[in-house]
Design a protein around this ligand. Sequence first.
Ligand code: LLP
Length: 388
Amino acid sequence: MLKGNFPLDKFGQLQTPFYYYDMNVLRSTVDEVERQAGKADFRVHYALKANVNPAILREVRRAGFGADCVSGGEIQAAIDAGIAPESIVFAGVGKADWEINLALDHNIFCFNVESVPELEVIDALAARKNRTARVALRLNPNVNAHTHHYITTGLNENKFGINLADLDAVMTLLPSLRHVQLVGVHFHIGSQITDLTSFQSLCVRVNEVQDYFLARRIVLPHVNVGGGLGVNYEHPNHFPLPDFEGYFQVFRKHLHLQPGQSLHFEPGRSVVAQCGSLIARVLYVKQGAAKQFAILDAGFTDLIRPTLYQAYHRIENLSSDEEERQYDVVGPICESSDTFAKACTLNCAHRGDLIALRSAGAYGEVMASQYNLRRLPRAYTSDELAAH
Ligand code: LLP
């Protein structure tokens, strides 16, 4: 039996909950990124934090994308997947010494540096190895991304980046740091951004920063504008592909590059969100005082986004075509916050039904935990299931 794109007969044999990755959706998304970024020779560094499943990293490598990493673990995962070290960027406000050393040993493309003390530590560690670290200054552009406050990063109140007001002091310090080489500037304003005008505001700020450097006769080899393009969580079937064309167009139109400068991007969610679903089973349908609960065998340990960010994920009953009813869809964890959706319309649910939580390819599997001593969810790709 097949409902939508889901091979239900195979799913019936698998232990739930698990992540399911539709590799056709992933491949067409990756191809679209390649096509649209390629029009202007933009460089893409896939943000591993969204998903590090090896099958997904294989597609990323096949497309020739670089990697955006935020930990030593991610740098290692990128290298293990065959992604070229010279295409790895490394961001994060709290890089530990061993992580900096790992990045130096692999001679990565660039450190995105978030503070003066970090710059000094990178210089000292590079000096010990007698190397020079390429660095980009991550600047806090103070641009509002108009997204959830937990995933807004580019405001003065956020912990990320170097404030523009401190740029003079950094530029004065830099010549004394002989083991770092300034090669770029980096920005990231937030995530799940669907209003492209926020990126336009970012371009305006980047142009101002470029003017600052030009006034000092400095042309940096690269500019990195981070990630953040949002996806359509309401209608993943109708809009499986984010608007990459419109997104890259904003930068082509509004960001003024200097001759020889390259423009870099760090998309995460937009590449992988729509290819993934969390597949769970209904354990119980419970009549509450005023409503019905569909209790799943998946909880916030498997997909934390609804609990943490009040995020919406479309939920479908794959096993039923019966008339629709309303349910609070919840998990088994001993906390009321373990709720995926309230008053959610589903085809009439029964014990054993398979449920899909859609658009879960980004920040799903990677954010799973073992709270309540639960098992981590497994993951299967459509390729694997088709092969059996
Ligand atoms: N670059 C930097 C420096 C970042 O901090 C991030 C995401 C990205 C790139 C990738 O952004 P994306 O293209 O995926 O929007 N767990 C949250 C999202 C956290 C995003 C953190 N930074 C969620 O589930 O919504």
